[in-house]
Ligand binder design. Structure first.
Ligand SMILES: [Cu+2]
Length: 122
């Protein structure tokens, strides 16, 4: 009986230790996720951003992956985001954005200024 109790106690200790390890790993993953850039993808086709509105989390660096399916180069540009990036016809580009406060940020194709979209940060 005594041996059985010890066995139960040591098994319980092992479970508690395992739970602590899982909790620590979870906290570490959370910290890493905050540092890592969030990613959002957008496509340009027939001089339209698709989708026309993209969403991203606040207070995290952001990478916007821009795929240009048109036969002309574009320049992904935003005054409020302070970014500018040429993406060749049929090409892809990564636009790196600083951590942002919640809000709406307009962007456009500087080579075809009627092509416009919005980043919604929440
Ligand atoms: Cu420009």
């Amino acid at each position: 009986m005594r041996r059985k109790m010890i066995s139960v106690a040591s098994r319980l200790a092992a479970v508690v230790a395992a739970a602590a390890i899982v909790a620590a790993a979870g906290a570490g993953a959370g910290a890493r996720a905050q540092e890592a850039a969030a990613e959002v993808a957008i496509t340009v086709k027939d001089h339209h951003f698709q989708p026309g509105e993209i969403r991203a989390p606040a207070n995290r660096p952001l990478t916007i992956r821009v795929k240009n399916l048109d036969a002309a180069a574009i320049e992904f540009e935003s005054v409020s985001l302070r970014v500018e990036k040429v993406v060749a016809a049929g090409g892809e580009g990564a636009v790196h954005v600083r951590p942002l406060a919640p809000g709406r940020y307009e962007f456009f194709d500087d080579f075809h200024q009627e092509t416009r979209g919005t980043l919604v940060v929440q």
